[in-house]
Design a protein around this ligand. Structure first.
Ligand code: OOB
Length: 556
């Protein structure tokens, strides 16, 4: 079943990717079933006290796929998934892959504001949520969404399904019963396997637009994304991957993360909180060999490791990515955790760069790695779109076998975010280092990167502009000691009006906007500095605020 709104790779390139073996024509996750046949008693997932073998995971996923079909979900349908890390989430993800249902992977932090946009954009047929998570009633939110969105027919709840909706409300665990005759079910599902060129999943874009954008990743492209990542990172049967970050994110899901671990016959260990006091005992118990972190979490781990009462000696590789990593701090990560650091510079839009475990120590701490595929193309351009001279810094443009050619159902945005010949404009300013790796120097895109969570400035501005006191607003990033950056909104008020940060934050809460996007600082200004073309000069505004801050710190 073809979905509309997906930009395909040019046919001749697609043929080449197949001929050169990048695209294998297999459904995403198929390796897990191969391992289930080959060595079914191997442990695939450990989640608290629950241990699931490859054979069990294959049978659970098949049974769940069958139940999803019963619920009226079919090849070509999309569903919205917002679940905590756990083996049930993985079984659901794999079940979707069996029958061509594409999950839109939302974060647990998302609230009605984000979920409504995503559900409408992808016309999802079902919403999957936990009953409650960290004192928030996800089931109630999903039921409200389901009642107001005509495409949604079911709400699937992990936990106690109690909220009635106009459609059906189902308990996810009740769909995870293994079948009496798994071989027959398996053959039936194999017969209806999705087309590998079709959409396997939707990842959320870091986004620089007023409403969220999603990226359709195909079976072929994402299977390669995970497989090749696993090759580069040396994943194998002895890999024990600890899932620390939210698994709906590209980094822990497929870069190389969970999917590469299952591709290479390794073991996935689920974690629901990245806190070192929870993670360290689990690393010790499960002898985890690799995990992925964002810099803000790496910092907490390094501090906690100093107290040194846990045995982390099984850790071989610690990946850190998602936002800028300070080189001086980077140099401390490997020695403190007793593992090799691997920097990861990736994007949901595709391109992945990793430092290699055998790179010189200096390249590992100073650079963000190099592309995983010989077929990745990279171009660094200046503001006029011309290639920068060797060694120069420019905006990174990229194409390749796992970098799609457009956002889903976003023609206007695609016209800006992609060049006519299909290059994705990353908005990142980078340069090639003499080591042969890339260094991220900054960005030209209008977002705030709060500890790896990307916040679109226009999205924040659209919320703030709704306040009656506000004439104009602009959102900028200011430095934050823990998260790297924080959201600061600058406003010009109508005459005689007043505004406080708590009023702004109350509005964000009221509109159901994810908490990590709530502004942490408010600046009231008389007017905004403008660039020569009349746009708000965010750089100048930021510089003024920082200079003033520095002055007041000195005075104090
Ligand atoms: C990862 O993916 P996204 O889609 O959340 O964010 C992508 C953006 C990049 O364009 C860049 O601006 C920033 O996040 N970024 C980094 C970085 N890694 C990502 N900036 C500086 N240093 C890094 N190492 O963030 C992502 C996807 C897959 C693997 C890892 C990260």
């Amino acid at each position: 079943m073809k979905r509309d709104g997906v930009t395909p790779w040019p046919a001749e390139l697609a043929d080449r990717y197949v001929r050169q073996g990048y695209w294998r024509g297999k459904p995403l996750g198929h390796w897990m079933w191969t391992w289930a046949d080959r060595d079914g008693n191997r442990v695939a997932v450990v989640d608290g006290d629950v241990v699931v073998t490859y054979r069990e995971l294959a049978e659970y996923a098949d049974a769940l796929a069958d139940h999803l079909l019963d619920l009226g979900l079919h090849n070509g349908d999309n569903i919205l998934v917002q679940l905590p890390n756990g083996w049930e989430f993985l079984a659901l993800f794999l079940a979707c892959q069996r029958i061509g249902v594409a999950p839109v992977l939302a974060l647990l932090a998302h609230r009605e504001h984000e979920l409504r946009c995503l559900a409408e954009l992808a016309e999802v047929k079902a919403i999957v949520v936990p009953d409650r998570w960290q004192r928030f009633d996800h089931q109630r939110m999903a039921a409200d969404l389901a009642d107001s969105l005509p495409s949604v027919r079911s709400v699937i709840v992990l936990g106690e399904a109690t909220e009635p909706t106009t459609g059906s409300t189902v308990d996810l665990r009740s769909l995870l019963e293994r079948w009496q005759d798994p071989a027959r079910l398996r053959a039936r599902l194999d017969a209806g396997a999705p087309d590998p060129g079709e959409v396997a999943l939707f990842l959320l874009s870091g986004g620089t637009t007023g409403t969220p954008k999603i990226i359709a990743r195909t079976h072929d492209d994402y299977e390669y994304n995970a497989r090749q990542s696993g090759e580069v990172c040396g994943f194998g049967q002895d890999t024990v991957y600890l899932v620390t970050l939210p698994m709906g994110h590209n980094f822990p899901l497929g870069s190389p993360g969970i999917l590469a671990t299952l591709t290479h016959g390794g073991r996935v260990v689920m974690l629901r909180s990245p806190k070192p006091e929870v993670a360290f005992p689990l690393i010790e118990r499960e002898r985890a060999t690799v995990t992925s972190l964002v810099p803000a979490i790496a910092q907490r781990w390094v501090e906690a490791a100093l107290s040194g009462d846990h045995d982390l000696s099984s850790l071989r590789l610690v990946q850190v990515g998602g936002s800028v990593l300070d080189p001086a701090f980077a140099a401390r990560i490997g020695p403190s955790l007793g593992a090799t650091l691997q920097q990861v510079y990736g994007m949901a839009e595709g391109l992945l760069n990793y430092t290699r475990p055998d790179d010189p120590a200096d390249a590992i701490t100073r650079t963000q790695g190099r592309p995983i595929s010989p077929a990745d193309e990279i171009l660094l351009v200046d503001e006029a779109g011309d290639p920068v001279p060797p060694g120069g810094t420019g905006e990174l443009l990229t194409r390749g076998p796992y970098t799609p050619r457009g956002y889903f159902r976003a023609p206007e945005h695609n016209a800006r975010a992609f060049t006519p010949d299909g290059w994705y404009r990353s908005g990142d300013l980078v340069r090639w280092d003499e080591s042969g790796n890339l260094v991220v120097e900054g960005r030209v895109k209008d977002l705030i990167n709060r500890g790896g969570e990307k916040i679109s400035a226009p999205e924040v501005e659209a919320v703030v502009d709704a306040l009656p006191a506000v004439r104009r607003s602009t959102a900028i990033a200011l430095p934050d000691p823990v998260y790297g950056e924080l959201v600061c909104v600058c406003v010009v008020l109508h005459n005689g009006q007043k505004l406080t940060l708590s009023e702004v934050r109350a509005l964000f809460a009221d509109q159901g906007v994810a908490k990590f996007k709530h502004p942490e600082r408010l600046e009231i200004v008389a007017d905004f500095p403008l660039t020569p073309v009349g746009k708000v000069d965010k750089k100048a505004l930021r510089a003024t605020i920082l200079t003033r801050d520095a002055g007041s710190t000195q005075a104090a």
